[in-house]
Design a protein around this ligand. Structure first.
Ligand code: NAP
Ligand code: GLV
Length: 314
């Protein structure tokens, strides 16, 4: 008799029960349990978010580590058994959320809605001269699952859009730049910068005084939207750039330390909008269906999308 497939659920900041129930329904052929440290049950796969090293140490036979998000930086810090593959979520409802978040932040800034809001509060009828889209080219860092969707959505509003990726790409409606050698040209050609890179050794700290000063051809007036990971931004560099007028503002969804600590300068800065790492949330039902499909495919020896390249780091 062949033994049943065993799947563990280990979510650092989420209740495991709805995931356990959902996976049981989607994979009735498998045994699905919330992982408990010290468990004597050996699992084949684990569905995880930021799990502790102890899970890997106690489960050396794991074949798949299924992340319930797109970014896998927290998993790449772990020491993995040699056969364990990390599998990311492919979209699963996130790209449309990211597109609406970024378009909202961009248009709020471009159309000066904060100023209209202040006028409303003051009972002031104050006409503003419309700004021109051609003066607000948008640069999207990362043209992957999320970045490409965001770039296309922004282009739908007729903003000029630049995209930057590691490998060369051709995307309709976008001016594409690739590699470190093209980075300065990309920054100089962009005024609003949207970060959708994975966090890797190459991209940590990539948003800093030097790079952000290159926006908009080196002139003042840049704007930052960081929706990828907090450590992409050198946080101490941002406030001086805003206070000196080099940057006009920033919308930040991710931070070095989350939750953003009380008293952090970003909370009260008038040019910064803070949201609590929610620009694209994991949709549980879609994610469970996707993970179940991938586990079945893996068990049949079929190839699956979203297997992380450990060398590249995403
Ligand atoms: P992805 O599909 O892996 O795409 C990554 C993109 O970044 C690719 O275009 C890649 O270039 C490019 N890239 C990687 N390293 C680079 C480098 N050194 N220089 C230039 N380009 C580089 O990732 P995704 O699914 O779009 O997600 C991006 C990130 O968003 C995730 O890693 C995660 O951190 C973040 N995220 C945040 C939230 C939130 O709620 N705030 C939600 C989901 C995801 P190539 O195309 O050439 O490989
Ligand atoms: C969220 O931040 C994700 O990586 O999915």
């Amino acid at each position: 008799m062949t033994s049943r497939l065993r799947i563990a659920v280990c979510l650092s900041d989420n209740r495991p029960d709805p995931w356990v129930q959902g996976l049981r329904a989607a994979l009735p052929e498998a045994e699905v349990e919330a992982w408990v440290p010290g468990s004597d049950m050996a699992f084949d796969h684990a569905v995880v978010w930021a799990p502790p090293q102890r899970l890997l140490d106690e489960q050396p036979g794991l074949r798949g580590l299924f992340n319930i998000g797109a970014g896998v930086d927290a998993l790449l810090r772990l020491k993995l058994p040699p056969q364990t593959r990390i599998v990311r979520l492919d979209d699963a409802g996130m790209s449309v959320q990211m597109a609406e978040y970024v378009c909202h932040a961009l248009i709020r800034h471009f159309r000066e809605f904060d100023a209209y809001e202040a006028d409303t509060r003051a009972g002031r009828w104050s006409y503003r001269i419309p700004r021109k889209r051609r003066d607000f080219p948008v640069g999207v860092m990362g043209l992957g699952v999320l970045g490409e969707r965001v770039a296309r959505a922004v282009a739908q509003f007729d903003f000029p859009v630049n995209g930057w990726s590691r490998s060369a790409k051709a995307v309709d409606g976008l001016r594409c730049f690739a590699g470190t050698e093209a980075f300065d040209d990309f920054l100089g050609a962009s005024r609003v910068l949207v970060n959708l890179l994975p966090l890797t050794a190459e991209t940590r700290g990539i948003l800093n005084r030097e790079t952000l000063s290159k926006l908009n051809g080196g002139r003042p007036g840049g704007y930052l939207i960081n929706v990828a990971r907090g450590p992409h931004l050198v946080e101490d560099d941002l406030v001086p750039l805003l206070d000196s007028g080099r940057l006009d503002g920033a919308t930040l969804d991710v931070f070095q330390v989350e939750p953003l600590p009380p008293g952090h300068a970003f909370w009260r800065h008038p040019k910064i909008t803070v949201t609590p790492h929610g620009s694209a949330r994991t949709e549980r039902d879609e994610s469970i269906a996707q993970i179940a499909g991938k586990i079945r495919a893996l068990e049949k020896g079929e190839p699956i999308a979203g297997v992380v390249d450990l060398e590249r780091g995403y």
